[in-house]
Structures are given as structure tokens and as C-alpha cells.
Write a protein that binds this ligand. Structure first.
Ligand code: IVH
Length: 746
């Protein structure tokens, strides 16, 4: 075979074929290595392939390929890390900022579980490490991969790098057959200082340094950066580690992981707060950054009953330390226009270090905030306004955008003047209107406003939406301003990716775009012609339509067509809803003194009934606002957005470019209640209503508030009344609580 022939004996044609084969084999080995399921060839074989490739290239320099493996540094594929889908999602945590929030957290759990306020309830409390989370999968005691959190569902494969961390064992003794250990990779403050003093680039804080070091394509660089790891949670497991959070952590410790020594078991809120104090006191001497304390229900059976909301568990919360603050000069106030037209005032600051991060921009919220009053007209900061040139206090709490908290009027410049909020859009010159009851000025330019259009596009390609690799905010701005190949709306992204010669030629002469990167970009765009309905909905950038609502809508309607049809149908009812709202507000002002609540409702009903709204419209509307997590505000926003002719035409063009809009996965297709609509009534004795509802939904059922012909089951608890009668009339199956529990598998 030519591939075994000495290089000197190869003909030119054989050499060319050999180089192609070698490039493919080396690329494949790189991928296998970095996705680390199982490297397919040994290091020695890999080196032999590279050597042979280099030898052939030396003998036939003109045959050297554009994607020659010898041009690639180290073994890393140039396009980054392989992706890993987490078998169990990596969650984030809800936050508590004060004792009141912690009390609410505890009370909410008790309510959900039906526990009395004085029933014993134990938590595990541990420092919240300020690093980045990592999931380590072990099978039969061997590390199979290490993956970053990513978006919680898919992370990056950083196995080679994780193995350079001394606290991450490669093999375990006595572990369950499948064990995913989760925890935080961090860098100590001392190592961070040393790295910044000696390294080429400087990092803002230890967390950035840890992230930058772990996400290195060259594991040797990671090895040279001292990282540490605390284990605090787990994902996929073939058998439970223990019955409690605390004992599970001890088990992880006995398997060789480091757990945080400040972890304690606490009985009730008072004990949690006392431990919070203790950790806050210890904080300056820990040697690593922490940004709060995490509280977790200790009993794992209770954890599993509590389950999760869309991205955070109900059984845990992060109690954050107070924000870091600093004083600096406010150089100017700029107005940014967002994708929904909202004008946001941004403070341009003389750069200042706030808790380890250099801050030069901060939000000023809105006109009222700058003027020193809240949305009800009440003074904030004792009524002190904020002016350009002022000396201001900036604060950061966790990851959120820095804010301007206060102003030192004693240091105010003598010639300063109150800030006047603009009433025209700085980007398109359209009127910027502040509606009554709204604290925000909004540009009325719609898609005509370039700022709105660009922000909408940036949102469209963002992570939770179409997430197109190689097409980020920077590229969007470039293409938006491009005369030859403009992207002005989402559909343009897909027309750009048509591989016609003209497009290719126009693109290739641009900064940073060569043959390969253009081909890759087109591929990334084409990949997204098949898109989950949830991402599509979120990507449209409709006001109030966040990721959670997008999921709820997608689950409910199942397809774009069904959703669009329902929104179109509901339009007359949405308009009536707004009219009824207006009538209600007016009547409320009139009836307030007399306390005539009934009048208010009457005024509202009168608008709905005269003349009655078309029944189909009303039904479509009721169905839409009845979706858990939707509500009238979002419903109006959705219906109105789809009813704007220009916006709708733009969405339709986009839909025309897509090949497949995939419905959300049913949450648990093997459950007997998946896809069924159920209604609970009466008093349940074995779980609370909230728990019953969450359980049902997690099994893929739809929980409705009232019985209709669409109801599949009515679960009648003790003392069920009119709903049970109605269900019987409609021929809906009525079952009791025990039958329901049997149906969902106990
Ligand atoms: S538990 C199911 N415990 O905080 C809960 N998280 O804001 C999973 N973190 O993504 C997280 N220290 O990266 C947990 N002791 C700790 C933690 C911790 C730091 C991070 C983790 C998580 C983030 C949530």
C-alpha cells in the first residue's frame, strides 16, 4: 500500500493521496482525543502519522495542503473543544440577599412540602466558591471526561486540562459504576497574584484566571497554572451516594475529593444565618474568593420531592455577600437603545476597581433613578439627583452589571446642571415616548431604528437563541453596516449563507475571513436551519418573551404554525383586554374613594361584553393567558408583535429560510400522564397542591385551572365540589388522589 511505502518511493499522485489521508486521520485523532471518549490511537501512532506527514511535505512542498496538520500547534484542533451533553443538567442557583430572603426560602420549602413552621428541617451550608463549575464523569472508577457547565445542557470537553489539577483524581476506588462529581475549579488568591506578576497577560480576578486557564487548548499551559477543585454536588449516578447531602459529601471525601472544610449541617434559618456570619468573618483569611454561602436541604428524599424550577433547584439557594462598592467620577451619561426600543442611560465612569474588577460603565436605570425618585415618585437617595461630572458610588453584586448607587453632592462641580433625559431616540431621531405607568422611554422607530435592529439581531444570534458559531455581536455589527452583504434582519443571515460564488467572493475579502472561516460560518448558519421551537421563539426578541416563557409556549403549542394561528386568532380579544384594562384603571380612580370594588369589575366586564368578542377569539385568548408563566402582559406583547405587518413579514421571511422547527421534547414520554391535561380540585392529603402540580408537569402533563372538554383527568381530593360535578357532566375521568399517585408511579 502506498501509505506504507518509504517516502522516497512515492509518486506525486500517491503523495497527494497520502497527504489527504493523513490530514483526515490526524484530524480524527485530534477530535477523538479532545472529546476523550476514547482516543482511537496511541500517542506513538499519532506521532508517527505527524512525522510521515511532515516527511512527505518536505519532499513535495508544492503538495502541502491548506489544512496541513503540520501548521497546527500541538494536538489541539484549532476550532476549540469538543462538546459534551450533560446527562443531568447542570443547574444554577437562585439568590438570597438578606435574612428576609432566607426566611422566604425556608418558608417556601415548608409550604411546598406541607411542613409546619416549627417542624425540624436540616440544611447543609457551605461557601459559594467563586470559580467555574466542572462535571467529572467516572465510569467503573475511571475518569471518562471533564466538562464545563456551558449552557447547563451542553458543556466543553476539558478532560486533558482537568487532569492537570492535582485535586481531580483520574481513578477512584469503591465508587458507584457511574458517578458524575460536580464542583468548582478555582485559583487561590496567591496563585492569581503570582500568575499576574509573571504571566504574559493579566487577569481581572482569580475567577477569570481560573476560567482562562482551564479553557486552554494547550493542556501544558493549564498544567503550569495552579488550579484547585472543591466537590459539592453530583449529576448522573448509578446508585445514590448516601441519603443526605452531608453524608454524600463525606462519601465524596472518602473517594479522594476535597470538600470545603466550612461545610456545616444547620437546623433551621437561625443556624443558617449564624453560619453565614461565621463564613463572612473567615472570608478574608480563606486565601480563595467566595461570594456567598449556599444552603441545601440536607435530606435527599426531600430534595427530590422539591425538584426544580426551569433552571434552579427549589431545595437550594445562594445567600450572597453584600455588593462591593467604590467611588469614582461620572464622566458622562450615554443613552443606549435596546432591542425593544428601551432607552437605557449608561454611566461612563473614570475606571475604578470594584472588588477586583475594573469598572468603567454602570447602569443608571431610567429617568426617575437619575432624578432621585422611584417609580412611585418617592425620593430615593433622599432625593439627590445624579449629574454628569458627579462623584458617584458604584457597586457590583455578583455577575450583574455594575450600578450607580449614590452621589456625593458635596463634591459636585459648581457649574453642573441637572440631567435632561432625551425625548428623541439618539440613534434614529424618532420620538422616544414614556407611557403613563412606565418608567422607561421607548423609541417609536421600530425596525426603522438601526439601534433596535442591531440589538434584535445580536439577541437573535445569542446563546439561548440561534447561537450561531462565528457570528457574535461583533460580526453582527460589521455585517449590519456592510453595504455589499448587509444583514438587516434574521432572514438575511440565512440568505448570506447561500454558497453562491458572488457571496463567497464578497465575504472573502473581509477582515478575518478566509476560505476556511467562510466555509465554517456557512456551515454553522446552515446547521441552525433546523432549530428548536423554543430557541426560535426566544430569538424573535419579543418584549417579555424570555427563555422560560418561550419554553412554556413551545410546550403548549408544539409548533410555530399552531402558535402563530392562536396569536392571530386571539388578536381581537387582546385588543379588548387592553381596552378593558384602560376602563378599569379609569374606574378605579373614580371608585377608589367610595371603595366600590364591584364598580371596577363592572366597568371591565362592560367593555368585554359590548359587543361580545368573537367566541373563538376569546377562547384562543383565554387559552394563551391560561398557560402557566404566560399572563396578559406577555400575551398582549406576543399578539401585538405578530400583528405588526412589517415585523410579521420579517418573521415569515425567516421561517421561510428554516428547514425544520423542532417541537420541545416531551418531558417524560414514558409516563402515563405525558401530554394529558389534568385538573386538581379539593384537598390533597399526600402532597401539597404546589407539589402535585410540579410533579405532574415534570412528567409532561399540562395542569389546567378549570375543567373543560379538553381535560383528561380530574383529580378530586377531599371535599371536591363543583368541578367534580362539571367533570362528570362532560364525561371527564374523575380519579382520587391515591389513583393519581398510582398512575404517576408512587
Ligand atoms: S450547588 C444544584 N454549591 O454557583 C446546585 N454551587 O450560582 C448546583 N457554586 O453553577 C450548584 N460554590 O458554579 C453549589 N458550594 C456550592 C457552590 C456552587 C459555587 C457555583 C456553581 C453554580 C453557581 C450557581
Amino acid at each position: 500500500m502506498a501509505s506504507d511505502k518509504p517516502v522516497d518511493d512515492l509518486t506525486e499522485a500517491e503523495a497527494q493521496r497520502a497527504l489527504a489521508r493523513l490530514a483526515a486521520a490526524i484530524a480524527r485523532a485530534n477530535t477523538a482525543y479532545h472529546q476523550a471518549d476514547a482516543p482511537e490511537i496511541s500517542d506513538a501512532e499519532y506521532d508517527a502519522l505527524k512525522r510521515r506527514n511532515a516527511a512527505i511535505e518536505t519532499r513535495f512542498p508544492s503538495l502541502k495542503r491548506t489544512d496541513s496538520p503540520s501548521e497546527q500547534v500541538g494536538a489541539a484542533p484549532s476550532d476549540g473543544f469538543g462538546k459534551i451533553r450533560h446527562r443531568v443538567r447542570m443547574l444554577s442557583l437562585a439568590n438570597a440577599f438578606d435574612a428576609g430572603d432566607v426566611g422566604d426560602f425556608d418558608a417556601g420549602i415548608r409550604r411546598y412540602l406541607g411542613l409546619s413552621p416549627d417542624a425540624p428541617l436540616t440544611y447543609a451550608a457551605e461557601p459559594k466558591i467563586d470559580g467555574l463549575s466542572l462535571s467529572l464523569r467516572y465510569e467503573d472508577g475511571q475518569l471518562v471526561y471533564a466538562a464545563t457547565r456551558g449552557d447547563g445542557e451542553t458543556g466543553e470537553n476539558v478532560t486533558a486540562n482537568a487532569l492537570t489539577i492535582a485535586q481531580i483524581p483520574q481513578a477512584l476506588n469503591g465508587a458507584p459504576a457511574v458517578l458524575e462529581v460536580r464542583g468548582e475549579v478555582y485559583m487561590s488568591q496567591a496563585d492569581f497574584e503570582t500568575l499576574n506578576a509573571t504571566g504574559g497577560r493579566t487577569f481581572a480576578n482569580p475567577r477569570n484566571a481560573a476560567a482562562g486557564s482551564l479553557r486552554q487548548l494547550d493542556a501544558e499551559i493549564t498544567r503550569a497554572r495552579p488550579l484547585s477543585f472543591f466537590a459539592y454536588a453530583w449529576g448522573d449516578l448509578s446508585e445514590p451516594l448516601a441519603a443526605t447531602q452531608w453524608d454524600s459529601l463525606q462519601r465524596l471525601a472518602s473517594l479522594g475529593f476535597t470538600i470545603n472544610p466550612l461545610t456545616r449541617r444547620c437546623d433551621g434559618v437561625a443556624a443558617l444565618l449564624a453560619h453565614y456570619q461565621a463564613i463572612e468573618t473567615a472570608r478574608p483569611d480563606l486565601g480563595y474568593d467566595i461570594d456567598g454561602v449556599v444552603y441545601k436541604v440536607d435530606d435527599l428524599a426531600l430534595q427530590s420531592r422539591l425538584g426544580m424550577r426551569s433552571t434552579t433547584p427549589r431545595w437550594a439557594i445562594a445567600h450572597k455577600f453584600p455588593a462591593e462598592t467604590a467611588w469614582t467620577r461620572l464622566e458622562s451619561i450615554d443613552i443606549q437603545v435596546g432591542r425593544t426600543g428601551a432607552l437605557s442611560p449608561v454611566a461612563r465612569l473614570k475606571p475604578v476597581n470594584v472588588g477586583g474588577v475594573l469598572v468603567s460603565n454602570a447602569t443608571l436605570h431610567n429617568e426617575d433613578y437619575i432624578a432621585g425618585r422611584d417609580s412611585n415618585g418617592q425620593p430615593i437617595r433622599e432625593g439627590r439627583d445624579i449629574r454628569e461630572g458627579d462623584w458617584v458610588q458604584v457597586y457590583r453584586a455578583g455577575d450583574v452589571i455594575p450600578k450607580v448607587a449614590d452621589v456625593d453632592v458635596g463634591r459636585r462641580l459648581p457649574d453642573s446642571v441637572p440631567y435632561v433625559f432625551p425625548d428623541i431616540c439618539p440613534d434614529c431621531g424618532s420620538a422616544a415616548v414614556r407611557e403613563p405607568g412606565d418608567s422607561t422611554h421607548r423609541c417609536t422607530g421600530g425596525l426603522v431604528c438601526p439601534a433596535q435592529a442591531v440589538e434584535k439581531l445580536k439577541h437573535f444570534v445569542s446563546r439561548g437563541a440561534f447561537d450561531i458559531e462565528g457570528l457574535g455581536a461583533r460580526q453582527i455589527e460589521m455585517f449590519f453596516a456592510d453595504d455589499l452583504l448587509p444583514i438587516h434582519e434574521p432572514a438575511d443571515i440565512f440568505t448570506l449563507a447561500r454558497r453562491d460564488a458572488a457571496n463567497l467572493g464578497k465575504l472573502k475579502n473581509r477582515d478575518g475571513f478566509g476560505d476556511r472561516s467562510v466555509a465554517k460560518l456557512f456551515e454553522a448558519i446552515d446547521e441552525r436551519r433546523r432549530i428548536p421551537l423554543t430557541r426560535l421563539l426566544f430569538g424573535l426578541g419579543i418584549r417579555h418573551l424570555g427563555e422560560v416563557a418561550a419554553t412554556d409556549l413551545a410546550r403548549h403549542y408544539g409548533s410555530w404554525e399552531a402558535l402563530a394561528r392562536a396569536a392571530d386568532m386571539a388578536r381581537p380579544a387582546a385588543e379588548r383586554h387592553l381596552a378593558a384594562d384602560a376602563a378599569e384603571t379609569e374606574e378605579r380612580a373614580r371608585a377608589a374613594e367610595a371603595g366600590r370594588r364591584a364598580e371596577v369589575k363592572k366597568a371591565r366586564d362592560a367593555v368585554w361584553d359590548n359587543p361580545p368578542v368573537d367566541a373563538a377569539a376569546r377562547a384562543a385568548w383565554d387559552d394563551l393567558v391560561g398557560i402557566e408563566g404566560v399572563g396578559a402582559v406577555l400575551a398582549v406583547s406576543l399578539v401585538t408583535a405578530l400583528a405588526q405587518p412589517r415585523e410579521r413579514a420579517s418573521i415569515d421571511r425567516l421561517i421561510g429560510e428554516l428547514s425544520d422547527i423542532t417541537p420541545p421534547e416531551a418531558r417524560a414520554t414514558d409516563s402515563a400522564v405525558a401530554g394529558k391535561t389534568v385538573v386538581f380540585t379539593g384537598t390533597l392529603t399526600r402532597m401539597t397542591r404546589a407539589e402535585a402540580k410540579a410533579r405532574a408537569e415534570s412528567l409532561g402533563a399540562k395542569v389546567a385551572g378549570s375543567v373543560s372538554a379538553k381535560t383528561d383527568f380530574l383529580i378530586a381530593g377531599e371535599g371536591a365540589g363543583s368541578k367534580a360535578t362539571k367533570a362528570a357532566d362532560l364525561g371527564v375521568t374523575v380519579i382520587d388522589e391515591d389513583a393519581w399517585i398510582a398512575m404517576i408511579g408512587g
